[in-house]
Design a protein around this ligand. Structure first.
Ligand SMILES: [Zn+2]
Length: 226
């Protein structure tokens, strides 16, 4: 998952992107889960465990859980593994052992606090997963840094709640995209929808009712530049 093509220096398939510096991070997530081991209760539904390198306040966290739940329901028809109920846990709150095989770890990179700012080029992937030995690993990475950069220009005039909401919507969209790669073990992309290879702001906020209302007349103007 990458930003729109106009802004990218290099275009890559997200599953093939190797971010050496972040490999260690996802391994840490795996270790944390394994260490919490003990007797492993069966988890019947999908569980996302979110690890962050910057603190998320309660409002940001609630918005993210809400948007992930919404994404889970919307994606029910496209991926069987999705839509069966979703539990979202904070990595730091992991107290009991969970069935590791059914968990997807999400490593959030950077500060997810959206503040208004000028439009800037966004280089690099918004989210990615890795393929190891032919298998797409259940470790999703999401770059809040880059998502924030993309959304800054539209954040002007938004109150805190609204900024938390659009940020959470965009993060949920990127996570859903990578999650589908993991659930389907398929690295292919589609021409439209959540599995598009590159997202513009309008794609990140495609299910946002406010953005959708205002988009009709502005779409052409904004297809490039974000
Ligand atoms: Zn992708």
């Amino acid at each position: 998952m990458t930003a729109s093509p106009q802004l990218l220096v290099s275009r890559v398939v997200s599953v093939l992107v190797l971010f050496a510096a972040l490999n260690a991070t996802s391994l840490c997530g795996a270790s944390a889960l394994a260490l919490e081991g003990g007797p492993l209760p069966h988890v019947g539904k999908a569980t996302l465990v979110i690890f962050t390198d910057h603190a998320m306040d309660d409002e940001q966290w609630s918005a993210l859980v809400r948007e992930l739940q919404r994404a889970d329901v919307r994606l029910d028809t496209s991926v069987r593994e999705l839509g069966g109920g979703l539990e979202v846990l904070r990595g730091r709150d992991l107290k009991v052992g969970i069935d590791f095989a059914q968990v997807i770890s999400v490593q959030v990179v950077g500060d997810c606090t959206l503040l208004p700012g000028p439009r800037r080029a966004v280089n690099g992937a918004l989210g990615w997963v890795k393929k190891v030995g032919g298998e797409i690993q259940p470790f999703i990475h999401v770059s809040c840094e880059r998502i924030v950069e993309m959304l800054r220009p539209i954040a002007l005039g938004m109150d805190l709640d609204r900024r938390d909401t659009v940020m959470a919507e965009a993060m949920a969209r990127v996570i859903a995209h990578e999650w589908i790669h993991v659930a389907t073990q398929n690295s292919r992309h589609e021409k439209s929808g959540v599995m598009e290879k590159e997202f513009q702001v309008s794609d990140l906020l495609t299910d946002d009712p406010v953005q959708r209302r205002g988009r009709a007349g502005r779409e052409k103007k904004h297809t490039s530049g974000f």
